[in-house]
Design a protein around this ligand. Structure first.
Ligand SMILES: [Zn+2]
Length: 471
């Protein structure tokens, strides 16, 4: 017998529309069950197979729970702000709110055809003012608690579109849309202080029923390390601070590296003898992404700051300072100490620039490569009072010494960064807008925010769009 799915599914789906068997009941005495999926982004392409896969899994769970006598809430909604909609809207001269409505209608039709037991009465659309008034409310609560704050951060900036770009919109250093040069530009950004919760995000994992692999990934992502901040004197009135988990290697520091974006460079420009060379290096670095500067950067580049010297507090000796783009302003203090004997990246840098490589942990052959062992067999050498200790003993001993000498303090560091919340573009949550002249005061819904409306008109006007597509 043939299963006439087209007729049967349609019949029951129409019936479900009418009697709403999947609506959660408010005030119901049955035990509650909450089944939550990640709300889809309603793209113009419609559902893809990656959507039904997890939805079906949770649909099965929630159906079983209903049969078990639970009052189930299984909501659905649309995470509907986003760049693809905006780009589509600009290209086709349609307002993104219209594009979003059309895409949501299509997604809804497709999801209903699949017969999921969603509570459609509670469907949300993140671009609806009735929804995002709560996004704004939450943002304000965080602002009041000091969890939302403003800072200056480098972003990808298209020199022609005059707007910020997401990393994926920068292709080989140029704007994906117009082909113009993209530079790193310092812009005022709203940040959410997620790092204030870094410890709880790690420690509270113990109470969660997650598989071990996921817990480990989470811990690595947060990347908690305990070390210390050490302050170095320089031949300028300024001191510089580095963060290190290996204070035990301080006697092996033979140079320092500063990030090209570090504000001290500008401050020192009269004292730096090769300032022109530094400016050229800074400009070249501003055209690279963080990824290019970190992961992809096999060949280390840099320029010595002539006229600047830093004093290693452990040895009392002056060491040179370099600017290099592998040091990012966003991590640690934007300045690192170079210990070429015991860090492979530092070893390569020192070898390239002919800097001394000092052995402070014995057991390897530092003429061939850095020796990075931290075990009991690695014994400290060339390190004054640490000589003869194992690395394991030397790390806490040197940390205490640094604090006692007033060179620094203990510090816990995280790889996790505070979250850049500011959307660089128009079709995003209407929180205060970074380019607005009085950004902090701009809390009006996006549609009535005069600044963003002006931006939208400029971006979507036929002349602008023609000029852009002609490039
Ligand atoms: Zn562009």
């Amino acid at each position: 017998m043939k299963y006439d799915f087209a007729a049967i599914e349609k019949k029951w789906q129409d019936k479900w529309e009418e009697v709403k068997p999947y609506a959660a009941v408010t005030g119901d005495p049955r035990p509650k069950f909450y089944g939550l999926i990640e709300f889809p982004y309603p793209s113009a392409a419609g559902l893809h197979v990656g959507h039904p896969r997890p939805f079906t899994a949770i649909d099965i769970v929630t159906r079983k729970k209903r049969m078990d006598g639970y009052n189930v809430i299984f909501p659905i909604g649309y995470d509907a702000f986003g760049l693809p909609t905006e780009n589509y809207a600009i290209k086709n001269h349609i307002h993104p709110s219209i594009v979003t409505k059309e895409n949501i209608a299509n997604f809804t039709r497709q999801l209903k055809m699949l017969g999921y037991g969603f509570d459609w009465d509670r469907c949300v659309d993140t671009t609806d003012p009735n929804y995002y008034k709560w996004t704004q409310w939450i943002f304000l609560q965080m602002f009041k608690k000091g969890l939302a704050y403003k800072t200056t951060m480098p972003i990808n900036w298209c020199t022609s579109c005059k707007c910020g770009l997401a990393n994926e919109e920068v292709v080989e250093g140029v704007c994906e849309r117009c082909g113009s040069e993209v530079v790193r530009k310092e812009k005022s950004q709203w940040m959410l202080a997620i790092t204030k919760y870094a410890d709880r995000l790690i420690d509270d994992l113990d109470d969660l029923d997650y598989i071990e692999r996921v817990k480990i990934q989470q811990k690595n992502w947060i990347g908690r390390s305990t070390g210390c901040e050490v302050t170095f004197k320089t031949n300028t009135p300024d001191e510089v601070t580095v963060y290190t988990t290996r204070a035990d290697t301080l006697f092996g520091v033979t140079y320092m590296v500063i990030s090209p974006e570090h504000p001290l460079l500008e401050k020192w420009k009269d004292q730096i003898e090769n300032w022109d060379e530094i400016v050229a290096y800074k400009e070249a670095a501003s055209r690279k992404s963080d990824f290019e500067r970190g992961e992809l950067n096999k060949e280390k580049t840099g320029v010595q700051l002539k006229g600047i010297e830093v004093v290693n507090p452990a040895t009392g000796k002056a060491v040179p300072m370099f600017v290099s783009d592998y040091v990012l302003m966003g991590y640690g203090t934007g300045i690192v100490m170079g210990v070429p004997g015991h860090d492979q990246r530092d070893w390569e840098f020192a070898t390239k620039f002919g800097l001394p490589i000092v052995e402070v942990v014995s057991g390897g052959d530092i003429t061939k490569e850095a020796f990075v062992s931290k075990d009991e067999n690695a014994i400290m050498v060339n390190s004054d009072f640490l000589n003869g200790m194992t690395v394991k003993e030397a790390i806490p001993a040197m940390k205490d010494y640094v604090v006692k000498q007033g060179w620094g303090k203990e510090k816990t560091n995280y790889k996790l960064r505070d979250w850049v919340f500011t959307r660089q573009r128009y079709w995003g949550e209407p929180i205060p807008w970074w380019t607005a002249p009085s950004a902090a005061g701009c809390r009006s819904p996006r549609a009535s925010c005069p600044w963003s409306s002006r931006w939208w008109r400029a971006m979507s006007s036929p002349t602008t769009a023609r000029a852009r597509s002609a490039r």
